[in-house]
Design a binder for this molecule. Structure first.
Ligand SMILES: NC(=O)c1ccc[n+]([C@@H]2O[C@H](COP(=O)([O-])OP(=O)(O)OC[C@H]3O[C@@H](n4cnc5c(N)ncnc54)[C@H](OP(=O)(O)O)[C@@H]3O)[C@@H](O)[C@H]2O)c1
Length: 228
């Protein structure tokens, strides 16, 4: 007999570094349980039956497959959290899918709470510096060598907050995510940086997002949770 619980049922799509991190958190959680895992390997098929039994799907795969995944999940009428980055040029297409199937979708380039506070600090600081032409602004981001997209989704989000900002991107080593913005003048400079120490913060944030989107419709952003 299947044991009934009140836990939120999660379908993981993608079982790489992030999928496994979320799975580990759910195993110790009183609030979430994983009921389906798609793509343990890239060659596997998506687990349609498992997803149809879940409350929310969470996608951490790649830009090459994320749109297809969104459509498959939407056809089942299930809500979805998207952690995958690199697809933001297709945002309008995704909005159409969400509207057509009347589901809820929440996405973010970065599910760390600290980074979402960091976005707010940068936005505030950029507005102060906008009237001071003697300050140049530049950005640097560093991620582990397996990260495929460059610049990172987080860097693109920061660049959308600061006119004229370009990021230099480094892909090497094992850093889970470092972003730095520098406002620099001949007289002084201010450096704002964020360092993720591991992937736990992203995984926790993705589960907070799953709970948030569970009974909602339409496209939402993780930042919506931090509006003051
Ligand atoms: N929003 C955030 O907070 C956040 C945080 C970290 C990462 N990310 C983003 O999340 C995504 C995944 O990151 P990750 O570190 O977990 O990557 P990863 O370790 O490479 O895992 C990706 C997973 O998706 C599978 N996959 C990749 N391409 C696929 C395809 N075309 N068809 C089917 N399955 C495919 C992989 O299978 P194989 O293992 O067989 O290749 C693996 O299971 C990336 O876009 C990354 O930038 C976002």
């Amino acid at each position: 007999m299947i044991k009934k619980t009140n836990k939120i049922k999660i379908a993981l799509i993608g079982y790489g570094k992030m999928g496994q991190e979320i799975d580990a958190l759910c195993r110790d959680s009183e609030n979430f349980e994983v009921v389906s895992i798609s793509y343990r390997k890239i060659t596997d098929a998506i687990d349609i039956k498992g997803i149809s039994e879940a409350d929310v799907a969470i996608d951490f795969t790649s830009k090459d497959v994320v749109l297809k995944n969104i459509e498959e999940v939407a056809k089942l009428g299930k809500n979805i959290v998207i952690g995958t980055t690199g697809w933001y040029g297709d945002t309008e297409k995704v909005k159409k899918i969400v509207d057509k199937y009347k589901i809820g979708l929440l996405y973010s380039p970065n599910f760390s709470v600290g980074v979402n506070i960091y976005f707010k600090i940068i936005d505030f600081t950029a507005k102060l510096f906008a009237k001071l032409p003697e300050y140049d602004v530049y950005g640097l981001e560093i991620h582990h060598k397996a990260k495929l997209d460059s610049p990172s989704g987080t860097a693109l989000k920061i660049a959308s907050l600061i006119k004229g900002l370009n990021f230099n991107s480094i892909r090497a080593g094992s850093n889970p995510g470092f972003h730095e913005v520098v406002f620099d003048s001949p007289a002084d400079g201010i450096t704002l940086s964020h360092q993720a120490y591991n992937r736990t913060g992203f995984a926790k944030g993705a589960l907070v997002a799953a709970e948030f989107i569970k009974n909602k419709k339409g496209v939402h952003s993780f930042e919506d949770l931090f509006s003051s």
